[in-house]
Ligand binder design. Structure first.
Ligand code: UPG
Ligand code: MN
Length: 740
C-alpha cells in the first residue's frame, strides 16, 4: 500500500487519505521490553520454587500458578502486536471529485443478514435496509440484498412494505439532506423542525409500522394484507410443508432499478429478498453460508465490484460512508492487494457506564488500529466493504467457480428479472449447489468456525489480502449491543467456541498465521484465537489463593521480600497501561472499570463454558450452533439496564462460577483480614487477602443480586444454593487437604 515514507494517497495537494502513527508507540515499545523482563523474573521465581518444592501439594500449587502465569504471559506477548505500530487514518471524500465523476463510481451491493423474526424484529431490519438504500450513492449502482435465514413470510411482508415506503423516503432524504437515514432514528430524534411534509412522511411510516406490526403479531400474512397476484404468488410459497429449517429457495425482486422510480421520478436501488433453500439433511453453515449464497446470487444478478456485509441491526449513521471507502479503493496508489475496508462496530443504546463492557474498546478500536499499521484489521462481520475479487482466490490467482456466470469479472448484461437470471439465482442458492465444492474452503466466506467473520478475515489475510481500518468521528454504522447479562455471556461463549475452532485448526494463527503473515500479524490473530484460554488463569486466581488462605497457606511473596515489588509492578503495569489506552481513546474511568470487571466475568464464565463445550464437541459429545443474539428486551429489563443494574433473572449455569467466586472471595477476604490484622503475624497472606478484596469489590453487583434485591432480575435462589453448596464443598476439600 503506501510506501514507507509516503503518508497519503493520491496527489500530495489533494490527498484522498492520510495516516499518522500514534504518539504512544515509542513508549509502548520501551514498556514492552521492561515488562518482558519482569515476566521472565516471575517465571524464574516459579521455576525455582517448583524445583525446590518438597511436597506434592506445594508442587501442584506452584505448577497451577506457573501454568496460569504462562498463559497470561503468552496472551500479553500476543497483545504486543497491536502496540508496535498503531496508526490512525483520515479520509478526504471531498477530494474524490478531483479524480472521478459520479458516473464512474463502481457498483455497490449491500448484504443484510437476518435469521429470526422474533429475536430480530422485521421492522428493525427494514430500518437498517432503508438507511442503506438511502446512501448518497448513485441509485442505479446500488443493490440491497436481504438474506432471511428465518425463512419468514413476515420478513418478506415487511420488505414489500419497505419497498413502497422507499419511494417516499429516499427522495425525502435527498431533498432535505438528512443524516439519520434510518426512519426510526430520524423520527425519534427531535433535531428536525416541524413541517407538514415531515408530518406527512411520518404518517406514511407509522402506517407501515402498524401494518407490519399487525402481521407480526398475528404471525401470518392474512388475505387483507395482500394487494395483488404477484404478492399472493410470493406468499403462496409458504403454503404446505414450509418450515424455517426445511424449505425451497425464495428470491423476490422487490425493487428493480431499471424500471422502478420514486415519487419524484428518480431511480430506486435494487431491493432483493433472498431466503436460501434449507434442508434438515444438509449443513447450512449459519451466517457464513448465508453470506455465500448472497455472494453467488449477487454475482449472478448485479455483480458489483464492491459489496458491504451488514448485520440486520446495524443501520447506516452516515450517508457518505461509501465515499470514504472509494477514497481507498479508487486511489490509484493503493496496492492491488486491498481486500476489504473495515469500519468499527459501534453500538447505541449502551448505558452511561457500559455495565456489560459491550463497547469492546480494545476489540473494536484499539486493536484494529494496531493491526492497521501492519497488514490491516480483522473482519468483524458487519460494516465491511469487500472487493468481490477477494472472495474468489488470492491476489495473484483467482479460483474458477463451477459455472461460468459465477465470476467477478463477468460483465452483467441481463436485467435482474429475466427468467434465466432468476433461474440461475435459484440454482446457486440451493443446498445441493455447495455440496463438495470449493465454497467455504477455497472461496467465499470460510466454514469451520462459529466466528466466521474472524476466521474469514484471517484466512483472506493469510492468502495475501490486505485490509484497512476506517474509523471516522461520526460512526458509520450503529447497532444493538446485547443489554441482558445472560445474552452477553452466551454471545461470548459462542465466540469462545468459534475462536478455539480457529486456534486448533490446521490454519492456527500461531503456526500457519505467523508463517504466512509474519510474526506480529500471527501473534495478533493468536491473541484472539486463544482468548478463551484466559479462563485458566482467571479461574485459578479467582479460587486457589482464596481457598488456601483459609488454611493459612501463603502462595505469594511476603511484603518484605523484593518479589513483592515484582508482583506489584506486574499488576499495576498491566492494569495501568490498559487504563491509559482506554482513556486516551475517550472512555471514562467508570467504563474502564466495568470493562475490566467484564474481562474477569467473561473469562470465568463464558470462556470456561465455551472451552468445555468446544472439547465436548471435538470428541463428538455435543454440537454447537449459532444462537442468534436477542435484539429485544422488555421494558422492565430496559429500565434496570439504564440504571446500571445487572440482570440475572434466569437460572443459567453461566452464573454458577460467578456466584461461587463471589461467595468464596467474600468469605476469604473476611477471614484474611482477621488473620492479617488480627495480630497473628500472617504478612505472607497480605497479597492473597488483597486479591480477594479486589474481586470482592468487583463482584459487588453479584452480592446485591444474591441478597439485596427483590426485582425480577435478581439472582435465582436455585443458583445461589447450588453455588453455596459447591463453594462449601471446595472449602471442605481444601481444609481436608491442609489439615495440620
Ligand atoms: O444462521 C445464522 C445466524 C446468524 N445470522 C445473522 O448473523 C448476524 C449476526 O448475528 P448476531 O446474533 O447478532 O451475533 P453477534 O454475536 O451479535 O455478532 C457478532 O459476531 C458474529 C460472529 O459470531 C458476527 O457474524 C457478527 O457480524 C458480529 O456482529 C445477524 O444479522 C444474524 O441475523 C444469519 O444470517 N444466519
Ligand atoms: Mn449482533
Amino acid at each position: 500500500m503506501e510506501g514507507r515514507g509516503l503518508r497519503g494517497g493520491c496527489t500530495a495537494q489533494a490527498p484522498l487519505h492520510t495516516f499518522e502513527p500514534l504518539q504512544r508507540t515509542a513508549l509502548n515499545r520501551v514498556f514492552a521490553v521492561v515488562y518482558s523482563c519482569a515476566i521472565i523474573a516471575l517465571l524464574y521465581r516459579h521455576t525455582q520454587i517448583l524445583l525446590y518444592s518438597t511436597t506434592l501439594l506445594s508442587f501442584s500449587m506452584t505448577l497451577s500458578l506457573l501454568i496460569s502465569d504462562l498463559v497470561l504471559a503468552f496472551m500479553w506477548a500476543c497483545g504486543q502486536a497491536f502496540r508496535m505500530r498503531p496508526i490512525r487514518r483520515k479520509e478526504f471524500a471531498e477530494n474524490l471529485k478531483g479524480i472521478m465523476k459520479e458516473e464512474d463510481f463502481p457498483g455497490l451491493d449491500v448484504f443484510i443478514c437476518t435469521a429470526d423474526p422474533h429475536k430480530e424484529p422485521p421492522m428493525n431490519v427494514v430500518n437498517t435496509a432503508l438507511s442503506l438504500m438511502a446512501y448518497d450513492y448513485p441509485k442505479e449502482k446500488l443493490s440491497v440484498y436481504v438474506s432471511d435465514d428465518g425463512g419468514s413470510a413476515l420478513t418478506l411482508f415487511a420488505f414489500m412494505e419497505a419497498a413502497k415506503f422507499a419511494c417516499h423516503w429516499l427522495p425525502f432524504c435527498r431533498e432535505h439532506n438528512i443524516m439519520d437515514r434510518s426512519p426510526q432514528v430520524y423520527f425519534a430524534s427531535n433535531y428536525h423542525s416541524w413541517s407538514p411534509e415531515i408530518e406527512e412522511i411520518k404518517e406514511i411510516y407509522e402506517n407501515m409500522k402498524v401494518r407490519v406490526g399487525n402481521v407480526v403479531n398475528r404471525g401470518e400474512v392474512s388475505e387483507i394484507y395482500i394487494n395483488n397476484d404477484q404478492e399472493r404468488e410470493a406468499f403462496d410459497k409458504w403454503r404446505g410443508a414450509f418450515t424455517p429449517q426445511d424449505h425451497p429457495t425464495v428470491i423476490q425482486v422487490l425493487l428493480d432499478n431499471s424500471t422502478d422510480k420514486d415519487i419524484t421520478g428518480h431511480c430506486l436501488p435494487n431491493l432483493i429478498y433472498v431466503s436460501r433453500q434449507k434442508s434438515k439433511t444438509s449443513p447450512h453453515h449459519f451466517k457464513a453460508g448465508a453470506l455465500n449464497v448472497l455472494l453467488r446470487v449477487s454475482t449472478i444478478m448485479t455483480n458489483a465490484p464492491i459489496f458491504l456485509t451488514q448485520d440486520c441491526d446495524m443501520y447506516s449513521n452516515d450517508p457518505q460512508t461509501p465515499l470514504r471507502v472509494l477514497c481507498y479503493i479508487c486511489d490509484p496508489a493503493i496496492e492491488r492487494t486491498l481486500g476489504f475496508v473495515q469500519f468499527p462496530q459501534r453500538s447505541r443504546g449502551i448505558n452511561r457506564d457500559d455495565t456489560y463492557g459491550c463497547e469492546y474498546k480494545h476489540l473494536g478500536e484499539i486493536h484494529p488500529m494496531g493491526f492497521d499499521g501492519l497488514r490491516g484489521p480483522d473482519y468483524c462481520g458487519t460494516g465491511t466493504f469487500f472487493l468481490r475479487q477477494a472472495l474468489f482466490g488470492d491476489p495473484s490467482t483467482s479460483v474458477k467457480s463451477e459455472i461460468l456466470e459465477l465470476s467477478p469479472d463477468r460483465i452483467k448484461n441481463k436485467p435482474i428479472k429475466s427468467p434465466d437470471i432468476l433461474a440461475l439465482a435459484h440454482h446457486v442458492a440451493s443446498c445441493n449447489y455447495e455440496n463438495q465444492n470449493k465454497w467455504g474452503y477455497k472461496m467465499g466466506f470460510r466454514y469451520g468456525s462459529l466466528v466466521e467473520d474472524f476466521y474469514t478475515g484471517y484466512r483472506l489475510q493469510c492468502d495475501g489480502w490486505r485490509s484497512i481500518f476506517c474509523n471516522p468521528k461520526r460512526a458509520a454504522f450503529l447497532g444493538n449491543a446485547p443489554i441482558n447479562f445472560v445474552d452477553v455471556l452466551s454471545q461470548c461463549k459462542r465466540w469462545a467456541i468459534g475462536l478455539l475452532e480457529t486456534a486448533s485448526s490446521k490454519y492456527s494463527p500461531i503456526t500457519f498465521g505467523t508463517k504466512s503473515m509474519g510474526l506480529l500479524m500471527g501473534l495478533g490473530y493468536s491473541y484472539y484465537a486463544f482468548w478463551p484460554i484466559l479462563s485458566i488463569p482467571v479461574t485459578v486466581y479467582a479460587f486457589l489463593p482464596q481457598l488456601v488462605l483459609v488454611s493459612g497457606v501463603s502462595v505469594f511473596p511476603e511484603i518484605t521480600e523484593p518479589w513483592f515489588l515484582l508482583y506489584l509492578f506486574l499488576v499495576l503495569g498491566a492494569y495501568g497501561q490498559d487504563f491509559l489506552e482506554y482513556v486516551l481513546e475517550g472512555a471514562t474511568f467508570r467504563k474502564w472499570w466495568n470493562a475490566q470487571r467484564m474481562w474477569m466475568i467473561r473469562s470465568l464464565s463464558s470462556f470456561s463454558f465455551g472451552t468445555a463445550e468446544y472439547f465436548l464437541k471435538s470428541i463428538g459429545l455435543s454440537t454447537c450452533g449459532f444462537n442468534v443474539t436477542n435484539k429485544v428486551v422488555d421494558d422492565e429489563q430496559n429500565k434496570r439496564y439504564s440504571q446500571g443494574i445487572f440482570e440475572f433473572g434466569v437460572p443459567s449455569p453461566l452464573f454458577v462460577p460467578l456466584t461461587m467466586a463471589a461467595i468464596i472471595n467474600l468469605f476469604s477476604f473476611i477471614w484474611g483480614t482477621i488473620l492479617v490484622f488480627g495480630g497473628s503475624n500472617e504478612e505472607g497472606l497480605l497479597l492473597q487477602m488483597l486479591l480477594a478484596g479486589c474481586i470482592f469489590v468487583n463482584f459487588f453487583p453479584i452480592y446485591e443480586a444474591i441478597a439485596l434485591r427483590n426485582d425480577k432480575g435478581k439472582l435465582p435462589t436455585k443458583i445461589t444454593i447450588i453455588a453455596t453448596l459447591l463453594a462449601g464443598a471446595l472449602y471442605t476439600a481444601t481444609s481436608f487437604i491442609f489439615k495440620r
